[in-house]
Write a protein that binds this ligand. Structure first.
Ligand code: NAP
Length: 332
């Protein structure tokens, strides 16, 4: 089969190559999936640049790609939840990625069935970012009628986080690029703030939660608009000791992340706020919950551009250059 392979980490971003490799073997708990579409995420570029090695160290060469939609081709002997021909999707297990390929062997616990109303293209937009939103809301322990600020909500993360937050009854404020204002307003956003011309820290105050997608340079302002005792979950800031403990990382990493995250933890403590860093995990059960939310609300994911597998490097560059109008996809 054809697969897009990373041979070496490179801080400047290396080219990944399309090569012929064997179709993966499946174990008793695995499902062999014929991949239809794969989502391209900022995370793929971070993996190439070696920026997440401390969290998920991959042995190279590595088949790249974190999420897909596809069709069940074969099932392992312990798999009763899926049948040949089922339409499925997945954020692949952290320790076994490989969605930029014709086939993938996936542990059954990382898979879910695609809602009937969604095409394969639309479905490939969902798993990684929807699970990120779901897991963030879980950490926040959100309640109906509370408020959340999602920074950079005009990107592919916002396209999932906003409708899920609305479904869960939150008031949603977001910042982002003005040209995507209408799209996120249509998703139900209660207040949109153009990050180039407006300062959200002058507009918002006492919000219950912040979902940060920008990282360190915005954290101070984000804590400022958060209420006393509120919770901030960052997808881009520094990991801290709590993160290392939650992820079951080694003692060395607990010490290291404890050190690098201390500054932000202290920032949070000033107003008795909570700070979490999140790195999205695979989770088929949660993805099944997400399927139900999508089915109920008929949420339409927005697709930016679709590339052929042979143009994988162009797709990765596109995602790196910003200006996202939704998900960049690879047609397998
Ligand atoms: N830790 C995790 O598990 C996890 C999971 C998912 C995503 N993430 C991270 O979350 C971030 C967003 O992901 P994504 O897939 O949504 O990326 P994306 O599709 O590239 O979207 C980013 C959006 O943010 C906007 N933006 C850029 N700078 C901004 C600023 N200062 N204020 C407000 N908006 C700004 C961009 O607008 P323009 O470029 O059009 O100006 C764009 O619409 C990435 O850094 C990604 O790595 C992390």
């Amino acid at each position: 089969m054809k697969a897009a392979i990373l041979k070496k980490y490179d801080k400047k971003g290396s080219e990944i190559r399309i090569e012929e490799v064997p179709v993966p073997e499946i174990g008793p708990n695995d499902v062999l999936v014929k991949i239809m579409f794969a989502g391209v995420n900022p995370l793929d570029n971070m993996i190439i640049r070696g920026e997440v090695k401390m969290i998920t160290p991959y042995k190279l060469p590595l088949i790249m790609g974190n999420e897909f939609s596809g069709i069940v081709e074969k099932t392992g002997e312990n798999v009763t939840e899926f049948d040949i021909g089922d339409r499925v999707y997945s954020r692949m297990p952290l320790d076994n990625i490989g969605a930029f390929a014709e086939f993938a062997s996936v542990d059954k616990t990382a898979l879910a069935k695609i809602p009937d109303y969604l095409s394969f293209e639309q479905a490939a937009c969902i798993p990684l970012t929807a699970l990120t939103a779901f897991q963030s809301f879980d950490l926040m322990k959100i309640n109906k009628n509370e408020s959340i600020f999602i920074s950079g909500g005009t990107g592919s993360l916002g396209a999932m986080a906003i409708p899920i937050a609305k479904h869960l009854g939150l008031n949603v404020f977001t910042s982002g690029s003005a040209r995507n204002k209408q799209r996120v307003t249509d998703l139900g956003v209660d207040e949109f703030i153009d990050y180039r011309t407006q300062d959200y820290s002058q507009i918002l105050h006492d919000v219950d939660y912040v979902l940060d997608t920008i990282g360190e340079k915005e954290l101070e302002k984000e804590f400022k608009i958060l209420k006393h005792g509120g919770t901030l979950v960052s997808l881009k800031g520094m990991p801290n000791k709590e993160f290392a403990q939650r992820m079951g990382l080694s003692s060395i990493k607990k010490i290291l992340f404890g050190m690098v995250g201390r500054k932000i933890d202290k920032m949070a403590q000033k107003k008795n706020q909570k700070y979490y860093f999140l790195f999205v995990n695979e989770n088929g059960k949660q993805l099944t919950e997400i399927s139900k939310i999508f089915e109920e609300n008929k949420i339409e994911p927005s697709i930016d551009e679709i590339y052929e597998l042979s143009d994988i490097n162009k797709a990765l560059k596109k995602v790196d250059n910003g200006g996202s109008k939704g998900k960049t996809l690879i047609k397998i």
